[in-house]
Design a protein around this ligand. Sequence first.
Ligand code: AQP
Length: 334
Amino acid sequence: MTRVFSGIKPTGHLTLGNYLGAMRRWAAVDQHRADSVFCVVDLHALTVDHDPARVRRLSRQAATLLLAIGLDPKSCTVFVQSHVDEHARLSYLLECVATDGETRRMIQYREKAAREQRRGGSVRLSLLTYPVLMAADILAYGADEVPVGDDQRPHVELARDLAVRFNQRYGHTFVVPRATHPAVAARVMNLQDPMSKMGKSDDVGPGIVYLLDEPDVVRKKVVRAVTDSGRDVVYDREARPGVTNLLEILAACSGGDPKSLAGAYESYGALKKDTAEAVVEVLRPVREKHKELCADPGYVEGVLREGAERARGMARPTVDAAHQAIGLLPAVRA
Ligand code: AQP
């Protein structure tokens, strides 16, 4: 059976970009057709300046949202990365296979390092090695597929390269994974700056729709989205990034095709109104289920506990095999 792995970082409140680019498929498709493993990748949230209490709060919220979007613990495994030691164990081994050059070339590293420096902070070593930990997340589970948004393409490529290199040097140990992306909305852009990704670790802003935003807040953000000069509704990422972003969001939320939808609108106003309503309707059940789950934190904790146990059982044989293959003595366990 195909194995699927993906995760979400508790670096901010989850956004419409996270949902349309990745999470929605996990619940609607992946958990029903594959052996699926989904994770709150909290160790990744420590790679930039962070407040410990906030990371804990956001981790709990992200886990609750994974269940609120419809992940069913009977159909898939849901857990928190730091509860399973195998991720960090394998990450070190992969650091011994990765090169300094290939991690420094990662676009997210360069962007986030520059952002930390602009804010007057220092760049953590873990920011540089983060894609290696992500490779460990994926390879530990023998994942065939990694459903992610478009921005994660280079990181999954790195995971592939490391798997191939490790297998060639030390014998076949890892499945070589591949990234999968949604047909539309693989990169949802910021509504106020359609040349930039809608990112959850950006400062709070009117260009970011959060999964837990109230309907009126969503409407306001979408209606105030920056559009392009010109009046006709045209699908063109280069020339009309603002309108194209709205068409992609509308298509993803209403099931249409963004290019055909462009022909159905004569004004930006009508497009914005329909997009806002479509987003409100897509997020409504998520908000409602999240509220319900918040009333029962014991249930969420139980899911995470069982998920971590199951995840450990899946990851340990592969990570043990990697330890031996690379030249370490097997540990004697009680
Ligand atoms: N705007 C987006 N459009 C489509 N997919 C997106 N994803 C993220 N943003 C968009 C996808 O959501 C999954 C989880 O993302 P993440 O938690 O690994 O990272 P992030 O949301 O990109 O958050 P960061 O890195 O902390 O900060 P920002 O957002 O500022 O870069 C992934 O599959 C991702 O592709």
